[in-house]
Design a binder for this molecule. Structure first.
Ligand code: PMP
Length: 373
């Protein structure tokens, strides 16, 4: 398409034409048989993508923050202790959110680019009676990836619910919710799931649903209350019409197309594609003299990269130069490192030519900066 720019930010991303076509199809009634089938298919396919066959999926109109809110609202009761493992901006957000529901929150926070030691997490769990812990699978502000498997194990060992913020990981990074013992795994449509912004997606384990059922106090958020939404999700999965709040009909139609494409590729292959492209991107970026924010390969996300500007490059001049190219990238997000780094998204429909294009645009921008008088 003439004049089209390549969107390489960490969400929203480039969407498949088939997904956009579904979004543009005439809107049907939310109780029409075809829509009920689509919604039910999405719920079933989410369980496959999340690898959580016994989980309870929820699809809501809203953003990723709403999915975070839904988990917090339904699982926290005033006075509950919560542990937030923070590897960046979105960990801090989760801590603030849980406090609104009366949680007594402890944050274990890493330096930018680092992860929190599992031994520190275990020490915290040993010495306190936490009900729930949250962690960000991939924090979009630092491109740091946390290994969910040992956190799931710790959750089981200390009987603490685990909530994975997978807004920048699910459908891009390996995530085996049920096998790894993750109680809630949540995301938003606009990232690796590959649908324009507007859907909050969440899968809850049987243990999470049980904890919610056994609450002693009402859920402090009317819209998010699973009492309102669980019957709707059950109805759609069973092919029956139902209503609590009008669903985002066109976005759900687009989600069905995208989830089908994800499953046709296969999650294993999809993860390998993300890994291979991200690895190649990081290597080429380092070869250009940049330093990545994550301190090692194991904790580097495959869905996006966060890259420090070298001393020799003025960050705002670089971003201004890139803005003139045909590739859109994102500035840094951590307030304390404002102007010190930039971010490139590489998830979802991303392919090798996208990677080559963004590398070429970066290389050209640097050479233009060097040639400045
Ligand atoms: N968590 C993470 C890791 C994210 O990347 C984002 C969005 N960038 C959010 C939560 C919040 O999602 P949203 O902007 O859709 O509310």
């Amino acid at each position: 398409m003439k004049g089209r720019k390549l969107l390489m930010i960490p969400g929203p991303i480039e969407f498949e034409p088939e997904v956009l076509q579904a979004l543009g199809a005439p809107t049907t009634s939310h109780t029409a048989p075809n829509f009920i089938t689509s919604f039910g298919n999405c719920l079933k396919m989410m369980k496959q993508v999340w690898e959580c066959p016994d989980g309870q999926p929820f699809i809501m109109a809203g953003t990723g923050t709403l999915a975070m809110d839904m988990a917090g609202a339904n699982l926290i009761e005033p006075g509950d202790k919560a542990l937030v493992i923070s590897t960046g901006y979105f960990g801090e957000r989760y801590a603030e959110l849980l406090k609104r529901y009366g949680a007594d929150v402890t944050i274990l926070k890493s330096e930018p680019g680092h992860t929190v030691d599992f031994s520190a997490i275990e020490e915290a769990l040993k010495t306190n009676d936490y009900k729930l812990m949250t962690f960000t699978h991939v924090d979009t502000s630092t491109a740091v990836r946390v290994d969910p498997k040992p956190i799931g194990e710790l959750g089981r060992k200390y009987n603490v619910l685990t909530v994975l913020d997978g807004v920048c990981s699910i459908a891009g990074e390996e995530m085996r919710q049920q096998e790894w013992g993750i109680d809630v795994a949540l995301t938003a449509s606009q990232k690796a799931v590959g649908v324009p912004p507007g859907l909050a997606l969440l899968v809850a384990s049987s243990k999470a649903m049980e904890t919610w059922k056994n609450r002693k106090t009402p859920v402090g958020n009317y819209y998010c209350d699973w009492s309102n939404w669980l019957p709707i999700m059950q109805a759609y999965e069973e092919g029956r019409p139902s209503y609590f709040g009008t669903p985002a009909v066109n976005l759900v139609a687009a989600l069905e197309v995208s989830l089908k494409m994800i499953l046709a590729e296969g999650m294993e292959k999809r993860v390998v594609r993300h890994e291979a492209l991200a690895k190649e991107f990081r290597q080429k970026i380092r070869d250009m003299g940049f330093q990545m924010m994550p301190v090692n390969e194991e904790s580097s996300a495959n869905t996006l990269s966060a890259i420090y500007f070298p001393e020799t490059i003025n960050g705002s001049e670089f971003m201004a130069g890139m803005a003139k190219s045909d590739v859109i990238i994102a500035p840094g997000l951590l307030p304390e490192l404002k102007g010190k780094y930039f971010r490139v998204g590489h998830m979802g429909s991303v392919n090798r030519s996208d990677i080559v294009s963004v590398l070429a645009a970066i290389e050209k921008t640097i050479s233009q900066l060097k040639n400045l008088p």
